[in-house]
Design a protein around this ligand. Sequence first.
Ligand code: GLV
Ligand code: MN
Ligand code: MN
Ligand code: MN
Length: 399
Amino acid sequence: MSTSALLAQIDQVGRDRRRGGYSRHVFDGGERELREWFTEQARARGLDVHTDRNANLWAWWGEPGDQAIVTGSHLDSVPGGGAFDGPLGVAAALSAVESLRATGFQPRRPIAIVVFAEEEGGRFGVPCLGSRLLSGTITRDAANALRDPDGVTFAEALRGAGGDPEHAGADEAALRRIGRFVELHVEQGRGLVDLDRPVAVASSILAHGRWRFRFRGQGNHAGATLLADRRDPMLPAARAVLAARETAAAHDQARATVGRLVPNPGGTNVIASTVDMWLDARAPAADATRSLVAELSERAAEFAHDEGCELEVTEESYSGTVHFDPALRDELCASLGDAPALATGAGHDAGVLSAQVPASMLFVRNPTGISHAPDEHAEPGDCDAGGSALADVLRRWAA
Ligand code: GLV
Ligand code: MN
Ligand code: MN
Ligand code: MN
């Protein structure tokens, strides 16, 4: 079955009728259903599927062993996300394995498809949680203690999904088996549209992270409290949102986003007692990302002070700049008909793994250039071109 036909099978899973697009939160609802779908599809293609202690799914063609060729992506989405970010790489992997099998190909190295858990951090706040745990980039205790907005701990959710919170975390054996990793992904930008090409190879990822700014004031009555008597945390939060843009603009190619702002308790006629503001900051260099956040934290503390509020800044996740293995990148570009190499501002499990195993990525053209939103798109023909390119790579590497 083609990549696009596989994607068509899951088109209705995890749709978000309120926000539009898809809300597939890890280990829940639509994502859970997709994990079952993946397991069935992989078994139907003769693969052995198992769930590791971090609740990443692995589907093996051949005995799990050293120097394996591993491909895959994720099935969770951001709230109201697109159809392709994650599932495209999983569907392409299934389709690639099926097409290789159909030609009678016998891999000399085992091939595995992996579905990483919580790539978006949409439920527990830390992106690439499955690959961070596997690679020991986050500790078991830190991950287990994370909570979703309903107060469910990651440990509880992990157990419910077949993982093992007591033994979660760095999995040396699993990591050592990965000889090479390749993740196929929808492009999150217009690089391929501008180049008029269907497939590219990733070159680098910006340094990026997430910080929670908690502004504390005094909860009070919206009508009975004189303006002069207020300590309203929404004011410094609002100023910090504007300052995030200004601060990012002062750093070369930096980005700063506030996509989530939560007043507590959140009533129209209530002055909030706290406001949580999440900052997503990214820049080509790690020190630029860090100094952007430090500068903004300093300004936000002044804004808080002006309103008689307090500020507490907590780093929730951080990833340094990734430069994908240049030899692998060049080999992929050459073997895919002189495919272009493109940098990206989006984080990926391949980026997390790249610190420890030879990792690479393929991008598929996105005509809208939009991602993390319902308008994300990839034409069926381009999805299938991506699936074929992935099959070529797997055949060459596993031969
Ligand atoms: C994940 O897709 C991210 O880059 O935020
Ligand atoms: Mn994403
Ligand atoms: Mn993704
Ligand atoms: Mn991502």
